[in-house]
Structure formats: structure tokens, C-alpha cells
Design a protein around this ligand. Structure first.
Ligand code: PLP
Length: 396
């Protein structure tokens, strides 16, 4: 299988697998118990928290381990809505992941002021404009990079705008972590991550809090995670997550590694446009994740392309994995103003660190081959049709 769906999930990297196995074998005791084996597990948990904090450039006591980014976003949003003053509004990007958008709708949509980040207006101008519409901004929520299109938003600019005004900023960094280094994360009040997006196991992630804002109301039960998120910690998963991020960061710092991957992706796109006319590229900003391509092909819906490519050994996605099986158009693509017919033909290709230049070339050949076959079939069918018409005319 040639895998082009890394924005949905990534395969477990070897470093994470080794850390997970070692932890299950040597530190499987419950970290909250009092005997020697448990004390060892507790020490490993502390070590993992310290290591993650160092990798992210934050303080260890600002990290809460969760089951992933969905839980982290829910946890933060629940707390915001519970603690907010009645006149405060939450400014939220409508291009954010469903775990933000749907949670805001569930909790109190009347308290939300939606905005759509755009490449033609700077984030500062946009936040100036949006904030002027409300009495008081309680916090701003925006993702660092979009899972569907790969677009990178000016999250550092948004963080700065918020800091200057003393407004808390929550950034969903799920698609950023492991693709780029941690520079700038230390300036964020709140952010989150999910291990399976960067070579770690599924079901483990974290929320980074600000020391200034610790009135979090997480799930109740035992007093784990400083009482903020009860439940026995998944130590093996946490250790694997830390090992995975450490491993991915090494790629990020490899000289020329990102640039080379951007070139492979750009070559794929320009060859695709050259060999198939009518391809629509959804890239609307010069800032896009090095691994992501979002395009609409000129014929057939995305599900058809997924099946055709799957038969040839390629795994790709339509929009985000979360919307697979849903016939409706991607919410993100629609919010960007794409017409529904073009939006339905959108495919998302997302590479990983191990995706090679040859993989992009083979994917290109597969798409072009399928498309030419489709055109050939259509031409044969219309030739047959015109023959039938000639015969029927002769018969008149
Ligand atoms: N945020 C973004 C930007 C995502 O891409 C995803 C997953 O696709 C999530 C949040 C949810 O992550 P998790 O699978 O850890 O719940």
C-alpha cells in the first residue's frame, strides 16, 4: 500500500513502538499506587511529562494528558463556556476541526462569533474587525494548520494580537506538531496535540494550559493530572507519544528535508495540471503544509477516486477522514467559497516523512491512467451511441 492519508492518521513509528513495549513490560503498574512498581511507573510518567515539555518548549506542569485532540478541545471549550462572563464572546475560526466547531454549537452558539481566516486579509485586521462587533472578547480559537486543505494560518500573529490585549488564545496545533519544529509554541496560552498524527499510538494526546488560566473543569473521578482529568494514565501510550514526537522533530531539523518534500509535492501538482485539464487546486495561500495537496478532479466524485486508487494500492482521502461516508460536501471547502459540484470532486493527498518522491510519481501515473481510461470509455460509449443513431436514421 502507498499511503497518502497522513493527516487522518500515521503509522506507528519504530521509536514509539519500542517505548510502548518497554513501558508495558517494565512500568505497567498503576502510577497512583504506593508500592515500588507503582512508584517506578509514577517516576516514568513524570519523566515523560518533562520530556514532552522540553520538546514543546513549555513547562511540565502546564501539560494535561488526554485521549487525543478531540478531548483536549472539548475540555478547554467546556471550561471556557462554564467560566465565561455573560457579555464575553468567543471568536472562533469556522475552518476549525469539527471537534471545535460542533462543540461550540453544542455548548452555546449564541456566545460564539465565527470568522473565516482569509489569505487576503491579515489575521490582525480580521481580529480587529471581528472583535469590534462584540462587547467583549473572552478568548480566540484558531487552528494552526487545516487538516483538509493543509493551509497554515498565521497563528503566531493571532497569538501576538491576543497577548497585546490580554485575551486568552487557544490554538489547535494537531496538524502542526511533528511536521514543523516547536518554535513559537511557547508563546501560546493553550494548545493541543494528538499522538497518532505524528507517529504515535491512537488514543493519547495532551492539552497545554497556561499557568494564568487554570480554572479547568475536566472529567471527575480520581485526582489524576492534578485533578484536571481523572482516569488512570495510559503511561505506555504517553511514553510512545513522547518518543514519536522526538523522532519526528529530528526530521523537521534535517537540512533541506522540508524543502525537498515541497518540491516533490509541487512537481506532482504541476504535472497533474499539465496531464489532466480542469484540475482545481484549493491552495489559496502561499503557506501550506509541506505534505498536503487538496484538489478537485474534473470528473467523478471523490468516493469514486478513493475506490479506484484503493484498487491500485493507494490510500487517499476525500476532505477529512472524519467526514468519510458522508455524502455532503466538506464544510471547510464550502466555507472557502467553492461551488458544491467542484467541492464533491475534492480529494486530499497527505504524505508522511517516509513518503518518497517516487510515491508521488506513481500516484500521479495512477490518477492519470484512471482518468484516461475514463475518458476512453466515454468516447467509446458516445461512438456506439452515434452508430445507433445512424442506423436509426437510416431506418426512417
Ligand atoms: N484537530 C485537528 C486539526 C485534526 O486534524 C484532528 C483529527 O483529524 C483533531 C483535532 C482530532 O484529533 P483526535 O483524533 O486526536 O481526536
Amino acid at each position: 500500500m502507498i499511503y497518502f492519508d497522513h493527516n487522518a492518521t500515521t503509522p506507528l513509528c519504530e521509536a514509539a513502538r519500542d517505548a510502548w513495549l518497554q513501558s508495558q513490560e517494565t512500568a505497567w503498574a498503576n502510577p497512583s499506587a504506593a508500592y515500588t512498581a507503582a512508584v517506578k511507573a509514577k517516576a516514568e510518567l513524570r519523566l515523560a511529562r518533562d520530556q514532552l515539555a522540553r520538546l514543546l518548549g513549555v513547562a511540565a506542569d502546564e501539560l494535561v494528558f488526554t485521549s487525543g485532540a478531540t478531548e483536549a478541545c472539548n475540555l478547554w471549550l467546556e471550561s471556557f463556556f462554564r467560566n465565561r462572563h455573560s457579555e464575553e464572546k468567543l471568536l472562533v475560526s469556522e475552518l476549525d476541526h469539527s471537534c471545535v466547531v460542533e462543540t461550540c454549537k453544542r455548548l452555546d452558539e449564541d456566545a460564539v462569533c465565527w470568522f473565516c481566516p482569509s489569505s487576503s486579509v491579515s489575521i490582525r485586521e480580521m481580529l480587529d474587525r471581528e472583535s469590534s462587533k462584540v462587547e467583549r472578547v473572552g478568548a480566540v480559537v484558531m487552528m494552526a494548520a487545516n487538516n483538509v486543505t493543509g493551509e497554515i494560518f498565521d497563528w503566531k500573529g493571532a497569538a501576538e494580537w491576543c497577548r497585546q490585549r490580554g485575551i486568552p488564545f487557544f490554538c489547535d496545533t494537531t496538524q502542526w506538531l511533528g511536521k514543523y519544529g516547536p518554535e513559537g509554541l511557547d508563546k501560546l496560552d493553550f494548545f493541543c496535540g494528538s499522538a497518532h498524527k505524528f507517529g504515535g499510538p491512537k488514543g493519547v494526546g495532551f492539552l497545554k494550559l497556561s499557568r494564568r488560566h487554570r480554572s479547568l473543569c475536566g472529567q471527575t473521578g480520581g485526582g489524576q493530572e492534578g485533578g484536571l482529568r481523572a482516569g488512570t494514565e495510559d503511561l505506555a501510550g504517553i511514553r510512545a507519544m513522547v518518543a514519536a514526537l522526538n523522532h519526528y522533530h529530528q526530521h523537521c531539523y534535517e537540512a533541506g528535508a522540508i524543502q525537498a518534500r515541497i518540491e516533490w509535492k509541487e512537481a506532482f501538482k504541476s504535472n497533474l495540471r499539465e496531464r489532466i485539464s480542469g484540475v482545481v487546486d484549493h491552495e489559496r495561500s502561499p503557506s501550506v503544509l509541506w505534505n498536503t495537496v487538496s484538489v478537485s478532479l474534473p470528473d467523478k466524485a471523490s468516493d469514486w477516486w478513493i475506490q479506484q486508487l484503493d484498487r491500485r494500492g493507494f490510500s487517499i482521502a476525500a476532505g477529512s477522514a472524519c467526514s468519510t461516508g458522508d455524502e455532503t460536501v466538506s464544510r471547510v471547502i464550502s466555507a472557502m467559497g467553492m461551488d458544491p459540484e467542484t467541492a464533491k470532486r475534492t480529494i486530499r493527498l497527505s504524505a508522511g516523512w517516509n513518503t518518497a518522491k517516487l510515491d508521488w510519481q506513481q500516484l500521479l501515473d495512477a490518477i492519470v491512467g484512471i482518468y484516461n481510461g475514463l475518458i476512453g470509455q466515454k468516447q467509446d460509449a458516445s461512438a456506439e451511441q452515434s452508430q445507433v443513431e445512424v442506423i436509426s436514421l437510416d431506418d426512417l
